[in-house]
Design a protein around this ligand. Sequence first.
Ligand code: HEM
Length: 368
Amino acid sequence: MKGRIPEPVYYGDYLKLNELLATQSPKSAEYGKEEHEETLFIIVHQVYELWFKQIIHDFGSIVNVFNKNAIEESELGTVVSRLERIIKIQGLLLEQLDVMETMTPMDFLEFRDLLVPASGFQSAQFREIEIRMGLGTGNRIAVDREYFLGRLNDQDRERLTKIEKEPSLLELLEKWLERVPFTQEGNFDFWKEFESVVSEMLDQEQSIIERNKATLAPEMMNAQLANLESTRETFQSLLSSDTHEKLMKEGQRKLSQKATLNALFILLYRDEPILTQPYKFLQLLMDIDQGFTTWRYRHALMAHRMLGTKIGTGGSSGHLYLKRAADNNRVYTDIFNLSTFLIPRSKLPTLPVDVKKKLNFYFSEDLN
Ligand code: HEM
């Protein structure tokens, strides 16, 4: 910047290394015999918390972009590159568990009892990431809800309760998807076309099964027909607003029908230039969900290896609780589930010319 004469900076001052490197205080030392492995235990957790801080920093900026009524194409580019960075960080988070496991279960036993009742349950930053992604208290398993806020100090509990009232990326994603145009233009109703293509496809399958009557055992044929009927019902559940509503009430779907359909449209027409970034964005949301789920399973395995069937320092059943939380605590499952409704490219309804033009970066002489 013009006119700015920077002061010389010293590496250690800039990074506040004196402060940072003075923050490892093994509990075992306080009790008279410092356990060598406790330093590793502390540093690994601290490094995690630093990366959580970076994830929250990037995720916050993504939420800010979506917390508006219109999003510029270039902003979506920034969102995509920040999400890509978070996914790279998740790779490190996973790898760090290997470093943690160089401490053996018996080494851990030398200081574990000194840590009770401190536990990963109290990682307020991990909870913040979950909440900002869209995993609210209401989406947790009952036991998890109790641990979720119950183990925190007042300050962390109040902060997280406040964050939970702010819009999560899941909620903002829903609003953004609801605004996606293209599927209803003049007389064109994409979902009517889609429904008739699907119905034609399934009718064809039915006639193939029935044509095989001579070679198929009756039970086999009935099973195949029943299977086909259930596929029909699944597609109906997507296209019928009543069924969708019912599934939302039961907690089986999180996004509104409009948002779900528009997300499917993005997946189906991902090759259209205007949909490539939105498609990438949806892929990255699945990657993030998958990254944390993989970490949760891997962490559950580590807890099993370290503790066997002992309970955790935070009082949960230990690895069994962690496995259940990994199964349950997913956020963007609706996007994963969309694969159910994909159809072959060759069967995709042809879009009217004006819709096709809108999906392309259309350069006209008239604009010059
Ligand atoms: C020796 C290593 C570790 C063991 C044995 C272990 C064990 C456990 C156990 C048993 C729980 C369930 C809560 C409880 O009852 O305490 C838990 C929760 C948790 N741990 Fe660890 N952990 C270890 C290392 C780590 C590390 C390095 C991190 C990184 C930040 C971490 C983060 C968490 C988080 C975020 C939770 C809450 C998970 C949830 O509720 O979904 N843990 N851990």
